[in-house]
Design a protein around this ligand. Structure first.
Ligand code: AMP
Ligand code: ZN
Length: 474
C-alpha cells in the first residue's frame, strides 16, 4: 500500500521514494499574476494540495514551495496597458489568487518565493552557465545553448536532432512548439519601461547603466528559486501539463547544467480543465473564475468536489450541469456528516476509525492519487453503515463512521468538520434533542413528546429521518 505516483520522466506509475527518509520536498510552479486566475489554473493548485495531503497521510513531513511569477513578458506588457507600476499591477491578482486558494481549502505552501525577490540568484546562475559555455550572449540577451545539453528534451521526449538545428526564441510563451535556444536574460529595451535589474554581464555592450539593465527569462526564475529555497535536487516538481515543454524542459536543462545533479526525481503534471472540448485559457476567451461560480451561488468547495470526480491526469470538461451535480452531492455529504455528528454527541469521546475502510481509502489515494475511487469509498461507507436510529448500540458504529469520514477529509479537504459544528443551533437546544432521543430510546414516550414540544417553542423542530433525528429551524 506504499505510495505510487506517475512520473512524467519515466512515463509510468512507480513507487515514490524521497531523498531523505520521512521528508518530502515539493515545488509547484505558481501563477503568473497578470490576469484573474481561472478555474482551470486552480485545478493544478488543488491537485498540488491533494498530493501534499497524501504525502502527509503517508507519514511524510512535507516541505512545499510555490512561486509567484511576478515578472515576465505578460506581466510587463499588461501592467503597461493598465498604466500601473509592475508590482501594484501584479499584487491585485496575487491577492485574489490567494483568496481563491483559501476558499478552496488549499493549505498554504511553506514558502512562497516571488521571482522579483530572487533576481540576484538568477544572475548568479546565468553567470555559471556562461562560464560553463552553456550560455552565450546575443544582441538582445543571454541565451541557453540547447545543443550543449546532451539530455535536452528528455522530459518532453523531444527529438534532439531536430532541436539542434533550430534558432533562438525570444518570448516566454509556453504555447510555442519549437524547442530552440531560449532566453535566460533579456537586455533592457524601451518596451520594458521601468522594469529592469542591473547585472554585470553584457560584456562588449556600452557600459551605461541602461544598457547593463535587463530582466530574467521565465524559465530561469523557477530554476533559481528552487535552488535557493530547496537546494539542487527536490523530490517532486508539479505543474500543469502544458508546462512539460518548454518550461520544465528548460528548467531541467539550466539547473542540471549548473549543478550536475537531477533537478527533481518525480515530475507530476495535471491535465486541463476544458470548456466545450478546448482548453480553458485566457487566449481562448473561455475562462470562468471562482468569482463567476460564487455569483451563481455555488460554493468554491463544490468546485473542489467536482474536481474529485476525475483522476488528475484526465482532462475534464467543465459544465454548469456537472457542477450542479457536484454541489448537490457535497450538500448531501455535509448533511450526512451533520446528522452523524448530532446522533453521536454522547459517544464522541469513544470514536474509533473503521480500519477496513481507512485501508481501502489509503489504497486508492496511494495508487497515483485515485481520488474518484477514494470518493466512492466515502459513499460506500455511508451506505454500508446507514443504520436505524432506534438501536442505541449503533451509536458507536455511527461514531466510527463519522471519525473515519473526518479522517478521509484530511486528504479530501472538503471542510466536513464545519458540518459537524452545527454552529447555528444553540447548545441548549441540542441538549434538549439529546435528552429527547434518550427518552425515546428508553421508551419514555410522554417525556419524549414533552421535550419535542419544548424544542418547538424555541423555534426549532425535529424531523425524524431514516438516519436519525434532525433539528430544523421552523
Ligand atoms: P499560469 O498562471 O498561466 O502560469 O498557469 C498556472 C498553472 O495553471 C500552470 O501550472 C498551468 O499549466 C495551469 N493551467 C493553465 N491552464 C489550465 C487549464 N485549462 N486546466 C488546468 N490547468 C491549467
Ligand atoms: Zn516553473
Amino acid at each position: 500500500m506504499a505510495l505510487k505516483l506517475y512520473n512524467t520522466l519515466a512515463r509510468e506509475v512507480m513507487p515514490f521514494q524521497s531523498l531523505k527518509t520521512g521528508m518530502a520536498t515539493m515545488y509547484t510552479c505558481g501563477p503568473t499574476v497578470y490576469a484573474p486566475t481561472h478555474i482551470g489554473n486552480l485545478r493544478t493548485f488543488v491537485v498540488s494540495d491533494w498530493l501534499r495531503r497524501t504525502l502527509k497521510r503517508n507519514g511524510y513531513q512535507v516541505q512545499t514551495v510555490m512561486n509567484v511569477t511576478d515578472v515576465d513578458d505578460k506581466t510587463i506588457k499588461n501592467s503597461q496597458i493598465a498604466g500601473l507600476p509592475l508590482s501594484i499591477f501584479t499584487n491585485q491578482f496575487e491577492k485574489a489568487f490567494f483568496a481563491d486558494l483559501k476558499s478552496l481549502n488549499v493549505e498554504s505552501a511553506n514558502q512562497i518565493p516571488h521571482a522579483t525577490e530572487y533576481v540576484k540568484n538568477m544572475i548568479e546562475m546565468i553567470k555559471i552557465l556562461l562560464d560553463k559555455d552553456f550560455a552565450y550572449q546575443a544582441e538582445d540577451g543571454i541565451y541557453f545553448r540547447v545543443a550543449k545539453a546532451d539530455k535536452y528534451g528528455g522530459l518532453a521526449q523531444l527529438n534532439l536532432e531536430s532541436i539542434k538545428t533550430q534558432s533562438r526564441i525570444k518570448t516566454d510563451q509556453y504555447d510555442k512548439e519549437t524547442p530552440n535556444d531560449f532566453a535566460l536574460w533579456k537586455f533592457w529595451q524601451a518596451s520594458d519601461g521601468e522594469v529592469g535589474w542591473d547585472a554585470d554581464f553584457g560584456e562588449g555592450r556600452p557600459a551605461s547603466a541602461t544598457l547593463r539593465r535587463g530582466r530574467p527569462g521565465w524559465h530561469i526564475e523557477c530554476s533559481a528559486m528552487i535552488s535557493a529555497v530547496l537546494g539542487a535536487t527536490i523530490d517532486i516538481h508539479l505543474g500543469g501539463i502544458d508546462l512539460i515543454f518548454p518550461h520544465h524542459t528548460n528548467e531541467i536543462a539550466q539547473s542540471e547544467a549548473v549543478t550536475g545533479q537531477p533537478l527533481a526525481n518525480f515530475w507530476s503534471h495535471v491535465a486541463f480543465v476544458n470548456m466545450n472540448d478546448s482548453k480553458m485559457a485566457k487566449s481562448e476567451g473561455n475562462v470562468i473564475t471562482l468569482a463567476d461560480l460564487v455569483a451563481r451561488d455555488f460554493s468554491p468547495l463544490a468546485y473542489r468536489y467536482w474536481l474529485l470526480s476525475a483522476h488528475y491526469r484526465t482532462t475534464i470538461n467543465f459544465s454548469w450541469e456537472a457542477l450542479e451535480g457536484a454541489a448537490t452531492a457535497l450538500k448531501k455529504l455535509q448533511n450526512h456528516v451533520a446528522d452523524l455528528a448530532l446522533q453521536t454527541q454522547s459517544v464522541r469521546h469513544s470514536m474509533s476509525h473503521n480500519q477496513e475502510y481507512l485501508d481501502k481509502f489509503t489504497e486508492a489515494i496511494n495508487n497515483d492519487l485515485n481520488l474518484p475511487v477514494a470518493l466512492s469509498i466515502v459513499w460506500q461507507l455511508l451506505d454500508d453503515q446507514a443504520v436505524a436510529p432506534a438501536d442505541p448500540s449503533k451509536e458507536f458504529v455511527r461514531a466510527g463512521t463519522l471519525a473515519t469520514i473526518l479522517e478521509f477529509d484530511k486528504v479530501l479537504g472538503l471542510d466536513l468538520i464545519s458540518a459537524t459544528k452545527l454552529a447555528d443551533i444553540p447548545e441548549e437546544i441540542k441538549n434538549l434533542l439529546t435528552e429527547r432521543e434518550s427518552a425515546r430510546l428508553a421508551g419514555d414516550f410522554p417525556r419524549a413528546d414533552h421535550l419535542r414540544e419544548q424544542i418547538t417553542t424555541t423555534g426549532y423542530t425535529i424531523d425524524d429521518t431514516p438516519t436519525g433525528p434532525k433539528l430544523r429551524k421552523i
